[in-house]
Design a protein around this ligand. Structure first.
Ligand code: ADP
Ligand code: MG
Length: 257
């Protein structure tokens, strides 16, 4: 049985996609079988895994709204070591089209169930909003990983996400829980970031991952080469932090079982 996680935060530019592709690559690197699902019409996680969103035959859109099977839609990102269910702009229409479909918030869950046994982890890169696509992700997942920057307003937006997780847990998916908060783009030289980091730990306790992802330009450069930083420059500080995070995730999962 695969462990299924959403990487979510309704803010844009907080590091969701960077976390999704690098955690995927980090998990693959330590021997886990990984499927990465891009649920953002921007398709950044797809491109950042070296899969060209413009030439994909099938995407997550076809799985959600057409009758294309997961087996037909997933492609192997060879250089990255994990499988990809890609997305492109077509997915933006799904938001509206899903409204008239039966079981609309469970479409992704049903699709993942058909390939569940082939993977140890399924990671879902969510769009920067709490919409029907994100809801499909939350209904399919066991847990949510929230990347966050240690900035002044970081905690403010978090309550909306935590409330949404609670609601989905209560009404649609009793298996869903907040797995943890990942501090990303961290710069220890900035006092404010240290202070906010302490606040987050005081507030969320052991829900805060021990791994901390530093601000590291190699992680930002990697997508233009169609690679996660973990593959593009394994020795970079950011890449090593993501591998450490992957190891922490595996340990946490073992403890949960
Ligand atoms: P989101 O998916 O939440 O919109 P991204 O993962 O696309 O966020 O990150 C936003 C921007 O920040 C991207 O340009 C990305 O390359 C950059 N970035 C993300 N994490 C880091 C990091 N740890 N160090 C440096 N740049 C980063
Ligand atoms: Mg993104």
């Amino acid at each position: 049985m695969a462990k299924i996680f959403c990487i979510a935060n309704q803010k844009g530019g907080v590091g969701k996609t960077t976390t999704t592709v690098n955690l995927s690559a980090g998990l693959a690197k330590i021997g886990q079988r990984v499927l990465m699902i891009d649920l953002d019409p921007q398709g950044n996680a797809t491109m950042g895994s070296g899969v060209d969103k413009r030439t994909l035959t099938h995407t997550v859109y076809d799985v959600l709204l057409g009758d294309v099977s997961m087996a037909d839609a997933c492609v192997q990102a060879d250089a990255c070591g994990y499988a990809v269910l890609g997305a492109n702009r077509e997915l933006a229409g799904a938001e509206v089209e899903l409204v008239s479909v039966t079981n609309r918030e469970q479409r992704l869950k049903d699709a993942i169930a058909t390939v569940d046994s082939q993977y140890d982890f399924v990671l879902i890169d969510c769009p920067p909003s709490l919409n029907m696509l994100t809801l499909n992700g939350l209904c399919a997942a066991h847990g949510v990983v929230v990347p966050m920057q240690c900035e002044y307003f970081a905690l403010e937006g978090l309550s909306d996400l935590v409330n949404t997780i609670k609601q989905v847990h209560a009404n649609l998916n009793p298996e869903l829980s907040l797995i943890g908060l990942l501090r990303v783009m961290f710069d220890p030289r900035i006092t404010l970031q240290q202070q906010v980091s302490e606040q987050i730990k005081a507030h969320f306790g052991d829900k805060v991952f021990e791994a901390v992802i530093p601000r590291n330009v190699r992680l930002a450069e990697a997508p233009s080469y169609g690679l996660p930083g973990v593959i593009f420059d394994p020795a970079a500080k950011g890449s090593m932090a993501f591998v450490a995070f992957a190891e922490e995730m595996v340990l946490r999962m073992e403890r949960l079982q």
